[in-house]
Design a binder for this molecule. Structure first.
Ligand SMILES: [Mg+2]
Length: 403
């Protein structure tokens, strides 16, 4: 069972406003903080479970091939494919050319912008049957550099021309959740999604928009590319919430290992989403001694976590990584019978995650229902909050406010 969905990234444009910088290098491959800008976009997609990534290349497409290994290494588990348009087709034309490779619904990124939103919030919001897609919109104090977007409730109504007078407004954040039906509205030849397709869909009332007050930056100008060098890596350094599983996310029924044994704690999914929305990494750290005791296997644990991820995704929430410890000193399965530095109250699982992810540890904390959880947090150098039952979202809110 795979819940991994598709993310399409437009990487074919000419970075004309960047001059010599993009003479031989496509904009998304320009270095930001010492690595290709594109690698951040791939990581962001991957951690939201969009692990099948399709790059729509055009200008200087040959430059991608030598970078693919490094891009794949930046986000383990991603399936990365490059599709090269035969001639410059524009963003809409490139999408139409990719028709045989597109899922029925897919996420679309502009390859030169980074908008730090909870992608699953965008994708989980309901649309009517004739809805073609939903745009992530960014509230901007001054829209003079951009064409602003006019909304009416949930709907995008109009794309306005660039207005030098500027002023506050909403702009297109370069992140879209689209139905493949969008292709029916793309003519042949060179077509711009932004100028030719989306405005018509907006007028027809078939385009949704959601505004997010989150960090956004595009690297289209020399000064924004310069700004990105520090701001984009800094944005990736996030606080993290470490959640115990049994007794926190789901009611503890002892050795749960199948979906039908999972009863979610009240507010559990909302709590995870609240942390996602607030820009936290969310990690699950769970002792699974049932593996050592021979009650179930690691496969069961992983399959269950995949199922939990799918349930969370429907509610706009996700877990960035599930860590579990299958070991116990009194096991019956020899391979798992040992004292482990990863079994809570030891902090091994937390320490591994701190090493693997760019976590702002000072602002991170754990929620557990057992004193061994709290001890593990303390041993890893962060606070732990003891959850004694009730509504997890309410509890999470008080934890967040206490930060
Ligand atoms: Mg527990």
């Amino acid at each position: 069972m795979s819940i991994s969905r598709q993310c399409v990234i437009l990487v074919g444009g000419k970075g004309t406003r960047l001059g010599a910088l993009t003479k031989n290098t496509p904009k998304p491959l320009l270095p930001v903080g010492g690595r290709p800008f594109l690698s951040y976009l791939i990581q962001e997609a991957a951690r939201h479970n969009f692990k099948r990534i399709l790059l729509l290349a055009g200008f200087k497409a040959d430059a991608f091939e030598p970078e693919l290994a490094a891009l794949r290494a930046a986000a383990p588990g991603v399936e990365l494919t490059v599709l090269v348009e035969p001639e410059p087709l524009g963003t809409g034309g490139a999408l139409k050319f990719a028709a045989p490779y597109l899922d029925d619904q897919f996420l679309l990124f502009n390859g030169d912008s980074f908008f730090d939103v909870n992608l699953l919030d965008l994708t989980s919001r309901p649309m009517k049957a004739d809805g073609i897609g939903r745009l992530a919109l960014k509230r901007q104090q001054d829209v003079s550099r951009y064409g602003a977007v006019e909304v009416d409730g949930e709907y995008v109504r109009k794309f306005l021309e660039k207005n030098p007078a500027g002023g506050p407004g909403l702009i297109n954040g370069g992140v879209y959740w689209l139905n493949k039906a969008v292709l029916d509205h793309i003519g042949s030849g060179f077509v711009s999604l932004e100028s030719d397709v989306l405005p018509k869909l907006a007028v027809a009332g078939r385009l949704y928009g959601t505004a997010y007050d989150r960090f956004m930056l595009d690297i289209g100008l020399p000064n924004t590319l310069e700004e990105a060098q520090s701001t984009v890596p800094a944005q990736m350094r996030r606080p993290a919430i470490f959640l115990d599983r049994d007794g926190v996310l789901n009611h503890d029924v002892e050795y749960a290992h199948k979906p039908d044994q999972i009863v979610w704690v009240d507010g559990a999914m909302d709590a995870v989403k609240a942390f996602n929305d607030a820009g936290y990494y969310v990690f699950v750290v769970t002792n699974q001694a049932g593996v050592a005791r021979g009650f179930y296997t690691e496969d069961h644990v992983q399959t269950l976590h995949t199922w939990m991820a799918g349930e969370l995704a429907k509610r706009g929430a996700h877990v960035d990584a599930f860590a579990y410890c299958p070991y116990h000193p009194e096991g019956v399965v020899p391979a798992y019978t040992k004292t482990s530095s990863h079994r809570k109250p030891a902090p091994g699982m937390i320490l591994d995650l701190l090493k693997a992810w760019p976590v702002d540890k000072e602002r991170s904390f754990l929620i557990g229902d057992n004193t061994t959880d709290i001890e593990a947090a303390r041993a890893a150098g962060m606070p732990g909050h003891l959850f004694k039952g009730g509504n997890l979202a309410d509890f999470a809110k008080t934890c967040l406010q206490a930060r």
